[in-house]
Write a protein that binds this ligand. Structure first.
Ligand code: FES
Length: 357
């Protein structure tokens, strides 16, 4: 029998602050961005998008606009998407930029390796300018199973070490011929942490998802902490009549897996897809969620998205409702369920370590 986690044991994600502030404070969100989100790996695209020299994609990780570009030497690099002159983002969206990244404001140009190589009117307006000091600020980039990740901190631990055992456990699942078949962007009216807490909350499955996930046996839900990351798997009540990826073992093919790459990349697997949800805060009570779905090239992408949205919409609705409750000055965190909500405690503890040492 597991014991309830009382308030003292659970510990706050931000020691010394009121629970309401965890989800509503602009100052705490800035702290989370500076100490955690601007130093974390985020899924920003797929390898095919940046396969050729000059191909680029852009993304905002934490509060940092980044650009990922394939160099003429075939090396994939990431930079802060900020012109060193006055700070304009050099590129938007994704596509091809040719041989240079050129700022749209005053046309400073950078090589694909980030060096500043052209400043219009340099001799008169910037005499003595040492262009070698004004290259783009580097960021970190990594690839895993056809997906591209970026981290604003060039000195961050590698993507492989951040994925750790979670990555190695998912390698077999992702070893099949999967491609990205759908991307959907949402804006959710709640704090980013409520979405993560909901993702690792086993307790709500019986109630919020009684129909959409009713085919799974929640009483057999198994989860583990892998460092700051989280891994889980639960079986179906009856084998999946629709089959699934043939390279998976029956437990993976018939079950549903949910995972967290700390702090804000939520993942879900079934025998039919690999889904990721990146939660990026836009404000204390507003979060951008990007759903990406990987499956076979001939998958029914619309059907898969509809299936995912059937439970995702339930999560979004309850999290937006929860935001209204936690914004009250009367809000205080109650006792957490002994096993089924223990991952929330672990998430808070990891957040406190990252933000407050
Ligand atoms: Fe980029 Fe001026 S801001 S060239």
């Amino acid at each position: 029998m597991t014991s309830t986690i009382d308030r003292a044991e659970a510990g706050p994600p931000h020691p010394g602050s009121e629970p309401r502030d965890w989800y509503t404070s602009t100052a705490l969100l800035e702290l989370e961005r500076r100490r955690l989100l601007d130093r974390s790996w985020s899924l920003v695209g797929i390898a095919e998008e940046v396969a050729e020299p000059g191909a680029f994609l852009t993304a905002t990780v934490g509060a940092s606009p980044l650009v990922v570009v394939r160099g003429r030497d075939q090396v994939l690099r990431a930079f802060h998407n900020l012109c060193r002159h006055r700070g304009v983002p050099l590129l938007e969206g994704s596509g091809r930029c040719g041989r240079f990244l050129t700022c749209p404001y005053h046309q400073w140009s950078y090589e694909l390796a980030g060096n500043l190589v052209r400043v219009p009117q340099a001799e008169i307006q910037f005499p003595g300018l040492d262009t070698s000091e004004w290259g783009l600020h580097p960021a970190a980039v990594g690839e895993w199973q056809g997906m591209v990740f970026a981290n604003p901190d060039p000195g961050a631990p590698s993507l492989a070490s951040s994925l750790g055992e979670l990555g190695s456990r998912l390698d077999h699942f992702l070893s099949g011929p999967l491609v990205q078949v759908a991307t959907v962007e949402y804006t959710v009216a709640c704090n980013w942490k409520l979405l993560v807490e909901n993702h690792v909350d086993v307790y709500h499955l019986w109630f919020v998802h009684s129909r959409s996930l009713g085919m799974y046996d929640h009483s057999q839900f198994h989860w583990e902490l892998l460092g700051d990351n989280w891994w889980s798997l639960e079986p179906r009540k009856d084998p999946d009549a629709a089959g699934g990826f043939e390279w998976l073992d029956p437990a993976e093919r018939d079950g549903i897996g949910a995972y967290l790459l700390f702090p804000n990349l939520m993942l879900v697997t079934t025998g039919h897809y690999f889904a990721s949800y990146d939660a990026t805060p836009l404000a204390p009570d507003l979060t951008r969620l990007i759903l990406r779905v990987r499956s076979r090239p001939d998958a029914d992408a619309e059907g898969l998205v509809a299936s995912i949205r059937s439970f995702m919409a339930e999560d979004v609705t309850i999290c937006e409702r929860l935001q209204r409750g936690v914004s009250s000055s009367w809000f205080g965190l109650g006792p957490l369920a002994g096993s089924h909500e223990r991952p929330i405690h672990a998430f808070h503890a990891a957040l406190a370590r990252a933000c407050h040492g």
